[in-house]
Design a protein. Structure first.
Lengths: 112, 114
């Protein structure tokens, strides 16, 4: 079945460490997105990519980095510069023209 | 830039009560509008969406939403809620071309009590 796979489901990180969250889709979608979900804040856009080797910052890109070397993969790195990284991270994808978004099941990151 | 406002942060209803959750967006052009639901411990699910045509959109589980262009609104309704509707509800918008990312509201938590 086609879909988006996010891994791991739970991730613990020590302060000062970088960590990479995986997002893979087999839907042949063009665009991929990373959102951060915090209680009472909704989903806020971190980064998005509409084509391979190109990506744009979202509303809260500081402290994060991404790459899009392959159409099916859009990993997110949470760097030590992110001041408050504990959150739920959701990946999404869609065809160019964006009328049907597919969401992954998310990764919950906790900084310990 | 697009923005979405959901005015109700937490709504508490008794079973069988009617539901209306407000959603207003800010964007000058044509829009695509969505309502998503997130049940406790589960991932986002699409309830319904509007792209064009009939402004009254019917979705899954008895939900519907009405697009009122003059009011920049896309309110979600259900005539009779059930305990199983307890969840968080998110309104989202993207430009009509679909070439801008989804912008979400902050969500409304719905608690249905027996």
């Amino acid at each position: 079945d086609g879909g988006i796979t996010q891994s791991p489901k739970y991730l613990f990180r020590k302060e000062g460490q970088n960590v990479t969250l995986s997002c893979e889709q087999n839907l042949n979608h063009d665009a991929m997105y990373w959102y951060r979900q915090d209680p009472g804040q909704g989903l806020r856009l971190i980064y998005y990519s509409q084509i391979v080797n190109d990506f744009q910052k979202g509303d809260i890109a500081e402290g994060y980095s991404v790459s899009r070397e392959k159409k099916e993969s859009f990993p997110l790195t949470v760097t030590s510069a992110q001041k408050n990284p504990t959150a739920f991270y959701l990946c999404a994808s869609t065809f160019f023209g964006g009328q049907g978004y597919t969401f992954g099941s998310g990764t919950r990151l906790t900084v310990v | 830039a697009q923005s979405v406002s959901q005015h109700n942060h937490h709504v508490i209803l008794s079973e069988a009560a009617s539901l209306e959750l407000g959603c207003n967006y800010s964007y000058g052009g044509t829009v695509n509008l969505f309502w998503y639901v997130q049940y406790p411990g589960q991932h986002l699910q699409l309830l319904l969406k509007y792209f064009s045509g009939d402004p009254l959109v019917k979705g899954i589980k008895g939900f519907e939403a009405e697009f009122i262009k003059s009011k920049f609104s896309f309110n979600l309704r259900k005539p009779s809620v059930q305990w199983s509707d307890t969840a968080e509800y998110f309104c989202a918008v993207t430009a009509g071309s679909g070439n801008t990312p989804l912008v979400f509201g902050k969500g409304t938590r719905l608690s249905v009590i027996a």
